[in-house]
Design a protein around this ligand. Structure first.
Ligand code: CTP
Length: 396
């Protein structure tokens, strides 16, 4: 909802008090809200309350304060909005919207709005059921307006039935889903690995590497912001993310990462393996701390499972993306990886490039696809690089 421009029209119903909660939820979620009240709505809740919550002037008349000598521009407001929400919408307001009567500022803005319109009716049960109200709502639906229907319950009249305005949290949920459905990666599951692995030598020592996990996290955030549900398998020290679309799991060793990643692959649309997984691990892990002795000390290492290569053997409809960090013969080595690991795309970063690779907040990448097509990018922040990678995956 971040940055969305919402025009909230409040008409004269006891449910006008709920507008305060609607505004607060939108503002908390990062949206910009401008409020228009009908003159009778101002009898139910103070414009000052709604102005304070929206942090903006509230409009209810065509003319500003008489001493200001200004008028409120209904056309500008109508054009400004991404969406117009009428909540509460009384039977009277619905009738005026349907017939185009413009006897208040809210109706003038409504007629000027080019954006989608969402309506939350609020009235007593008999008014709601009345043929004229039903006809107005049906006509407005045919015009393409969306409704968040009234709810059932106790009404201000003391009667019980359908007519009360939808609860603010239901309205908020509607908009979350409404905007989510526009996101390009909605209904997709992405699997991302990030960070280093720690291969244990004994209870206090391990073999690790300099990976910070920042690139994997940037990819997870970008995919999640574009609507994907992300499983983020993170090595030690990877930053913790807090995003409703990201499920983050921490692992230690290459074997742990293998066990956490492989079962999730069959259900994923895309897997990006950005982790710097150890290629070798100690053949034996000492259960007690190894004591210092005179002379040399050797650790026998054995290969780890190559997770990316293993997923390549399981691949069906998924898109599989790997990373290659090279110091020399970069392009040739990366091309070999595409074939040997059955990848759709490889993200190459060279340690020869300043600002690329481990630990930095920036990266400089070249993407190579399965047809050996190369796309080179400038040095950018890891968030920008993540967006480039994800856009390229979408094109595959
Ligand atoms: N990878 C993996 N499992 C491993 C090792 C690597 O999934 N056990 C993945 C990494 O996440 C990365 C890619 O494979 O996406 C890196 O390929 P790799 O061949 O391991 O690169 P290098 O280790 O740099 O290759 P080489 O040893 O050939 O230099």
């Amino acid at each position: 909802m971040e940055g969305k421009k919402i025009l909230l029209g409040v008409s004269g119903s006891i449910a006008a008090y709920k507008a305060a909660f609607v505004i607060r939820n939108f503002v908390k979620a990062g949206a910009e809200v401008r409020v228009i009240m009908t003159p009778s709505a101002t009898e139910f809740i103070s414009p000052l309350t709604l102005a304070t919550l929206s942090k903006k002037k509230v409009y209810s008349t065509y003319i500003g304060h008489a001493d200001e000598g200004t008028w409120n521009n209904h056309v500008d407001l109508g054009i400004w909005a991404d969406v117009m929400l009428i909540a509460p919408a009384t039977a009277n307001t619905l009738a005026k919207m349907n017939t185009g009567i413009t006897d208040n500022f809210l109706q003038a803005v409504y007629l000027s709005a080019r954006c989608p319109v969402v309506i939350c009716p609020a009235m007593d049960l008999d008014m709601y059921q009345h043929e004229s109200t039903q006809k107005n709502m049906s006509d407005l639906k045919k015009r393409g307006h969306l409704f968040i229907d009234s709810e059932y319950g106790e009404l201000a009249s003391g009667l019980e039935g359908k007519g009360r305005m939808a609860e603010p949290e239901h309205i908020h949920q509607f908009f979350e889903e409404y905007w989510n459905s526009e996101l390009p990666l909605i209904n997709q599951k992405w699997l991302i690995t990030a960070g280093p692995t720690h291969e244990p030598i004994d209870p206090v020592r391990f073999i690790g590497n300099h990976s910070s996990g920042k690139m994997g996290v940037a990819l997870a955030l970008e995919a999640a912001n574009q609507g994907a549900k992300v499983e983020l398998i993170s090595g030690p020290g990877t930053p913790t993310v807090n995003h409703k679309n990201i499920h983050q799991v921490y692992v230690q060793s290459a074997q742990n990462m293998f066990e956490a990643t492989v079962p999730l692959f069959s259900d994923s649309h895309v897997a990006i393996l950005a982790a710097a997984v150890a290629d070798y691990t100690p053949a034996k892990v000492a259960h007690k701390k190894i004591k210092k002795k005179a002379g040399d000390f050797q650790i026998e290492l054995e290969p780890t499972q190559d997770i990316l290569k293993y997923l390549g053997t399981l691949k069906s409809a998924q898109k599989l993306v790997g990373f290659a960090l090279e110091t020399n013969n970069e392009i040739e080595n990366a091309k070999k990886k595409i074939k040997s690991k059955n990848l759709d795309l490889v993200v190459l970063n060279s340690l020869q490039d300043k600002g690329a690779g481990f630990g930095h907040d920036t990266n400089k990448i070249t993407l190579i696809d399965a047809q050996n097509k190369l796309t080179k990018f400038e040095l950018k922040t890891k968030a920008e690089v993540a967006a480039d990678i994800i856009n390229s995956i979408q094109k595959l």
